[in-house]
Write a protein that binds this ligand. Structure first.
Ligand SMILES: CC/C=C\C/C=C\C/C=C\C/C=C/C(=O)SCCNC(=O)CCNC(=O)[C@H](O)C(C)(C)COP(=O)(O)OP(=O)(O)OC[C@H]1O[C@@H](n2cnc3c(N)ncnc32)[C@H](O)[C@@H]1OP(=O)(O)O
Length: 302
């Protein structure tokens, strides 16, 4: 017998930060021994869907980002991601597989429409949410894997780097912090995270050129840990990675992770306001606004 629960997760306008977990159905699935077991959830809102499936044997949650067309991260979507992580913490998830429910794109990074023609007020709301969502993902108490099943430029790469392990579907997609290519600068905590991931030498080369790595290049420099040929293979590798933690005491694991990440986390926590001021000064400048406008046009012209 397969037991399935459906989370009924409210639309953010109604439930704000609290995700409601409602046991809705208990049913038998005839003649089935191998169907995925567990909790199934769907988070719907005008600002993106987040599908959550929790395997009730392992406690591992698969979180699928879904905001068509390219999973770009706007304020509402970031808020939904943060709420989902809060719920997984509350429900004591044993692991996270962060992936995309869209074909070809993990996430296209920040929604450039949040940066272009923005006001100081709207940018403040957006950036504060980005900081908050990232801090949550970077410090989850459970182990995390990014299953990068599509392109991951800019903040898409940043989300992936904040997971503890990265598995990327090859060979067509690219990943990297491409800010300099857009005429902007990666924030210091993106830079810190890339240095933590690649070491200073490779991070400097990658960041100054805004390099977008193919999966095999990313594997070579250590931006990803494994390259796979199919999503199924990726899921199996992610589950295998997470399964090693089943026998490691959770508190020891979590404290070790936080000790290693502490410098990068506290650098942002202590300098949130400075970071915001940097962003406002840079992004609202006439020159950067012009560049962002041209970049958006070039995306639309394709
Ligand atoms: C002292 C300084 C201190 C501090 C620093 C200050 C500031 C730092 C600020 C910001 C950091 C920025 C981080 C980022 O993440 S910026 C975004 C980076 N991402 C990109 O550059 C990706 C751009 N997109 C693409 O390359 C392609 O779209 C992609 C490969 C993802 C998919 O290609 P595909 O051919 O499948 O789709 P498209 O036809 O290109 O796109 C469809 C549709 O989506 C729109 N689009 C794409 N990306 C974005 C985006 N990131 N935001 C908003 N909209 C996006 C695209 O325009 C198309 O729209 P439409 O034609 O209307 O359908």
């Amino acid at each position: 017998m397969i037991i399935s629960f459906h989370y009924n997760i409210g639309n953010q306008g109604i439930f704000h930060n609290s995700i409601m977990f409602v046991k809705k159905a208990l049913f038998a699935v005839p003649n089935s021994k191998s169907l995925p077991i567990g909790l199934v959830a769907r988070f719907s809102s005008a600002t993106g869907d987040i599908g959550v499936t929790v395997n009730d044997k392992t406690g591992v949650a698969t979180v699928k980002l879904q905001r068509a067309p390219v999973n770009s991260l706007n304020t509402g979507f970031l808020k939904n991601i943060e709420s989902t992580l809060d719920s997984l913490e509350k429900e004591k998830a044993r692991g996270l597989i962060l992936t995309s429910g869209l074909p070809k794109i993990f996430t296209a990074g920040l929604d450039i429409l949040e940066l272009y023609n923005c006001t100081t007020e709207s940018l403040t709301t957006f950036w504060t949410q980005l900081q908050s969502t990232w801090l949550k993902l970077h410090a989850t108490s459970f182990p995390s894997v990014a299953l990068i099943n599509g392109h991951a430029p800019g903040a898409g790469c940043q989300l992936a780097m904040s997971c503890e392990y990265r598995i990327m579907l090859g060979p067509k997609y690219t990943i990297g912090l491409n800010e300099t290519k857009m005429g902007i600068i990666a924030p210091f905590w993106f830079v810190d995270t890339m240095i933590d991931t690649l070491g200073p030498r490779q991070a400097e080369l990658a960041l100054t050129s805004g390099k977008l790595f193919t999966s095999s290049e990313a594997l070579k420099v250590g931006l990803i840990d494994e390259e796979v040929g199919s999503e199924e293979e990726g899921v199996a590798k992610a589950e295998a990675f997470l399964s090693q933690y089943a026998t490691i005491p959770g508190t020891a694991r979590k404290l070790t992770k936080l000790m290693i990440r502490e410098k990068t986390i506290s650098n942002l926590v202590k300098n949130k306001d400075k970071d915001l001021k940097n962003v406002i000064d840079l992004i609202t400048s006439a020159q950067v606004q012009k560049g962002l406008g041209l970049y958006l046009q070039s995306l639309k012209k394709k």
